[in-house]
Design a protein around this ligand. Structure first.
Ligand SMILES: [Zn+2]
Ligand SMILES: [Zn+2]
Length: 382
C-alpha cells in the first residue's frame, strides 16, 4: 500500500457509507450471493434453451459455444454455466439459487460429481479452495477402457508446411503415458548431444525438437561415430541461378519435397558437400546438374585424426562429427586442412549453420570459441 491513489467518486461514497472494513467485506460477500442468484436464474433459462435444442438450430457446436457467443463470456465461464445447466437439479443448484455458494465453486463441484466421485470426496471438496477442486476432479476422473481406446485411436502427429513453404508447423495428440516416454526420451537425447554447460544451449522446447530431428536423422542415415566418414542423405536441391545471384543467396533453394531453404542451410549443404545441386538457368529450360564438391575421404579422415573430436571449447560430444569449413564455401572457403575444423552435430548444425555463429579464427585450433552472428572478431580480453 502506501501509494495515495485518486479515489473515484463511487469509492469515496463507499468510504462515507461504511464505518468499518468488516462491514465492507460483508457487503462484498452479500453481493456475490446476489451474483449467484442471478446466475442461477440464467442457468435455469439455459437449461430450458438447451432442452429446446436452440444451440443446435443456431448452428453452434456446443452449448458452451452458444453461451460464450450470446453472453460474450470467456470460454471458461461459459463452460461453468453449461456444466451447471446440464447438471441434475439438486443440492448444488439449490445452493447457488440460495446465493450461498459461488458459481465457480458450484461448477467445480459439479465437474467433480460428474467424475463419479464418492460422497466423501464431495465432502472433502467443500473444505478446499475452489482452485483445488479441479485437481480433485482430475484425480477421480475415471477412464473406461473404451475412453482409453478412443484416445489411442485419435493419436496423430500432424505436420504441414506453411503457406510460403519456408517452414513446417505441427502438433500431436497422444495418450499421456506415450507422451511421457516421448518427452523423457527426447530430454535424455538432448542431454547426450548438447552439453548442459554450453553457453549457446537452446531452450528446453528447442532442445526437444533438436533431439527429435537427430533421432530421425539416425533412422535415415545411421551415425557411425568413428573416424569413418558418416554417410549422409544426398540432398538434391534446385537453385534458380539468376535469382540466387541477384539476391545474394536469399532466394534460397528448393528441396525435392518442395520446401524452401535459405542461405544458412545452403552454406551447411555446401560445407558437407554430400549433395546434388541442379542449377536452373534464366528461362528454366536447361538444368545444369552439378554433383557436390565433396571433401575427399582421405582429407576427411585426416581432419578426424588431427582433431580427434569436437573442437568447440569444452565440448566432449562425439555425435555426428563433421569437418566444417571455417570460411564458408560460398565465400571462397577451400578444402585446405587449416581451414577445416571438426565439430559435433550440435556445434556444426545448430550453433554454426543455424544460429549463425562463426569460429573465432584467433581461438586455439583445439579449443575453438564462437563469435556471435555479425561479429567478426572477439572483444579484447579485459
Ligand atoms: Zn559447416
Ligand atoms: Zn561440440
Amino acid at each position: 500500500m502506501g501509494t495515495m491513489l485518486t479515489l473515484s467518486t463511487e469509492a469515496q461514497e463507499v468510504l462515507e457509507e461504511y464505518d468499518s472494513v468488516d462491514s465492507m467485506e460483508q457487503e462484498l460477500v452479500r453481493l456475490e450471493g446476489l451474483v449467484s442468484r442471478v446466475r442461477s436464474r440464467q442457468v435455469a433459462i439455459i437449461e430450458a434453451v438447451y432442452h429446446l435444442q436452440v444451440p443446435h438450430w443456431d448452428g453452434t457446436r456446443s452449448l458452451k459455444e452458444w453461451i460464450a457467443g450470446r453472453l460474450d463470456l470467456q470460454p471458461r465461464n461459459a463452460s461453468d454455466l453449461a456444466v451447471l445447466a446440464k447438471a441434475e437439479s439438486g443440492p448444488i443448484r439449490d445452493s447457488i439459487k440460495a446465493g450461498v455458494v459461488s458459481v465457480d465453486r458450484a461448477a467445480a463441484t459439479t465437474r467433480l460429481a460428474n467424475t463419479g466421485a464418492s460422497d466423501e470426496v464431495l465432502d472433502e471438496a467443500d473444505g478446499v479452495a475452489v482452485g483445488q477442486i479441479g485437481r480433485l476432479a482430475a484425480r477421480h476422473r475415471r477412464m473406461a477402457p473404451h475412453d482409453e481406446a478412443a484416445v489411442f485411436k485419435m493419436r496423430r502427429l500432424w505436420v504441414q508446411p506453411n503457406l510460403g513453404n519456408t517452414r513446417a508447423l505441427g502438433t500431436f495428440d497422444m495418450p499421456g503415458a506415450d507422451a511421457e516416454s516421448l518427452i523423457a526420451g527426447l530430454d535424455r537425447r538432448a542431454d547426450e548431444i548438447i552439453n548442459p554447460e554450453d553457453p549457446n544451449r537452446p531452450t528446453l522446447e528447442q532442445r526437444r525438437l533438436d533431439a527429435l530431428v537427430s533421432l530421425a536423422l539416425d533412422a535415415t542415415v545411421p551415425a557411425t561415430g568413428d573416424s569413418v566418414a558418416p554417410r549422409r542423405l544426398k540432398a538434391h536441391i534446385f537453385i534458380d541461378a539468376t535469382e540466387c545471384h541477384r539476391t545474394g543467396g536469399e532466394s534460397g533453394a528448393i528441396t525435392r519435397s518442395g520446401l524452401k531453404v535459405g542461405p544458412n542451410t545452403l552454406d551447411e549443404i555446401f560445407c558437407v558437400g554430400e549433395t546434388v545441386t541442379t542449377f536452373i538457368d534464366v528461362d528454366g529450360l536447361k538444368a545444369v546438374r552439378t554433383d557436390g564438391d565433396r571433401l575427399p575421404n582421405r582429407l576427411r579422415d585426416y581432419v578426424f585424426f588431427r582433431d580427434g573430436g569436437c573442437t568447440a571449447d569444452g565440448c566432449t560430444s562425439r555425435y555426428r562429427l563433421e569437418p566444417h569449413h571455417i570460411t564458408p564455401r560460398s565465400q571462397g572457403g577451400t578444402h585446405e586442412p587449416d581451414g577445416l575444423t571438426l565439430l559435433c552435430w550440435f556445434h556444426h548444425h545448430i550453433v554454426v549453420h543455424q544460429q549463425g555463429f562463426t569460429i573465432d579464427p584467433e581461438s586455439p585450433p583445439k579449443r575453438r570459441r564462437f563469435l556471435a552472428p555479425g561479429v567478426t572478431r572477439a572483444p579484447p580480453p579485459n
